[in-house]
Design a protein around this ligand. Sequence first.
Ligand SMILES: [Fe+2]
Ligand SMILES: [Fe+2]
Length: 309
Amino acid sequence: MPGLILQYSIRSLDHQLLFPQKALLTKETLDALLYSHGTQSYQTSPLLLYGSVKQDCLDFLGTIPFAIIFSHEKEIKDLLSLLETIQYPIPILQSLDYFKGHDFYTYAHVLMVFLLSTILAKDLLSDYQERILLPATGPTHDMGKICVPLSILKKKTPLTKMERRFLEHHTAAGYVVLSYYNKDPEHLACKVALDHHERGDKSGYPRGILLEDPMVEIIAACDVYDALIMPRPYRSGAYDNRTALEEITEMAKQNKIGWDVVKALIARNRKSNPHYKEIAISAEKRGTPPSYNAYGMIAEETDSKDRAE
Ligand SMILES: [Fe+2]
Ligand SMILES: [Fe+2]
């Protein structure tokens, strides 16, 4: 990977400093960090058998629109059995406790992106089992948010430019933290954490590179979709499902994500459950976004100097 200057420091869940602010993140500096911390791997446990994760997933799946997307009982049962076999290093699972206790939006979000991306991968990728069995399809995509202050994650009003940069730091932070816990920067979960805000027109962050990997693209689409249909602190309400799907369609029109993933998402939202290749998408936009939405707005800086950590 090309060098990335880290805007803010990166710490592990137990507050060990992994990279200081302004450090240069490269393959070499990351390898040096992993080498200096030893290569002994962490104990693992299955995600779905950790704490209340499985029950929480089942509760979320019972709500609309997830109840429609995940309406085929046998298919879901098989999928959950498959997911039960995925092992995660314990500190990664502990990050879910952190989010559940401090930022429930992020907790629900990472689990739902995990489940949504898994089912879309099943529809879209011939090697989906291989891809989802690498613990890579969601509950870790935003793990870097452990390095972002909760006051920013939960802010109801527009973020300042500095706060926006801090929020965007979760991509590089997730890449480092997951490399650290998985002991492997090449792990697909690390790539997903770093690249899930990149776009097909290079308008994303942190590097502005082309979104190419189909699994990362699926997670990027599920990430936006889930963020729209669930309540958020910075909006007056959630998007209704139709409006959210129209927003995702708009992203495909702008070449930010591919059409296949949009079609697969829309197909899963139809009760008749057509094959995604048979989906025709209406060009008409009829939805109404929530009346108040601070997402993407930039607030005036009260202090132009960036806050030091
Ligand atoms: Fe993210
Ligand atoms: Fe996310």
